[in-house]
Design a protein around this ligand. Sequence first.
Ligand SMILES: [Zn+2]
Length: 512
Amino acid sequence: MAPHATGTPEPNGTSQEITVLASSRAVINNRLTPATITISTTTGKITSISESVLPASQFPPGTPYTDYSPAVLLPGIVDAHVHLNEPGRTEWEGFYTGTQAAAFGGVTTVVDMPLNAIPPTTTVANLKEKIAAAQGKCWVDVGFYGGIIPGNAADLKPLVKAGVRGFKGFMIDSGVDEFPAVSSQDITKVFEELADEPTTVMFHAEMIPPVTASVGDDVQASQPPLEPSGPLDAYQTFLDSRPSSFETCAILEILSLAHLAPNLPLHIVHLSAVEAIPMLRDARAKGVKVTAETCFHYLSLAAELIKKGDTRHKCCPPIRDQANQNGLWDEMYEADSVIKTVVSDHSPCTPELKLLPSHVPGSLDSKTSSSTEQNSGDFFSAWGGISSVGLGLSILWTETRRRQLDENQTLLDIVRWCCENTALQVGLEDSKGALKVGMDGDIAVFDPEAEFEVEPSAMLFRNKCSPYQGKVLKGIAKATWLRGRLVHARDGGFGEKAAPEGRLLLEPRGKI
Ligand SMILES: [Zn+2]
């Protein structure tokens, strides 16, 4: 394990007040360069960066120093979309396990979605419950989104002041009763309320078009469409029930209301359908402040390869076909792409709720309940959500290797999608997302050559159930540093720490 600063001053001065990380490769200012990064262990901030590998002898005797060459120093990943489900559904996930899984994969900041915990984060009082539940349990820094539900417009400005990093609303059933969808009238009120606030309003953009064969379909624990196109354990039947028009219909609705709040940044979470890209491009060209994110799974998994009953792949909007995946990748490389960020949308549940058939890894053993057996592999009854927090860096790297994309450029691209732009989206661009003097000393040490199989030991989230299980991924976060302190090392685990040191990021956003 790398040396660790203790904060105890040496007799001759400051050697224990800094820690030094160096490598022949680091992503600094959108370039790959050798670098030596000095971090204050008092403030946790980067105090200097030298664009060469300085020897340990350049620093006072006893200064903690690690040269990670040839591994790459990246800013810690900022995963701006996770569901940690605590309090209330802690058997699905929790702050301790979810943030450990994040730290394992080089993620140093996560932003928790307002739904799936009970209560949802729709009022300041509810936010306080979440803060109390998170206190002392986080291995990485954690921010919180507020939720938009019918009737809570008056709660939104107080939530901005309380430090939420943005808001999210659903335009279709969310799958949990305590987080109902909003109508166009609700969105109108929200836009009027937040028009000049320093925040971002985000949408789960799926909406049942006025005429559809899927009337009655719910978003997470879905009902079968009125006329299913095939067996309920065939992925294609599920995909057919949630066509691209669900996404385009919702996005058109949002764009039609955007004029009500021209200064308010809007954001489409987990964009899946490529058909929505032209309308977002068009809106941006007209000056609408709208961006989109996509997820690791839409960029690495494809409908054609999802086996019968393998509900680990169920999420909403759905994973679409290979051509759609290619279209998302193409858009990521366009000038001023509408897709600015890539996130996990880590949305776990218990294995029981996934209704996995016994042949799928992660399924329950022979002691399954009778209801599980009855519904086994049913894509409509299974909970929708994919577990992947902490695997994203390796997933993206593996996929870009498969696509034979330029390695050096890809490292810069990943930093842009998963660090800089995600930090910017949630108003943390002054402290997170880049290796710069004055920023937090959050660093992912990335070994692009190493490989690992996604076994339960590589899935530190609470329930070991993910479509990546059994896959061999290329690229490993060999160490994760949070504000100048080593949180996790692949060869040393989480070390001897008494308690996790992640902070809750509740400083209100200052700028519009
Ligand atoms: Zn989500």
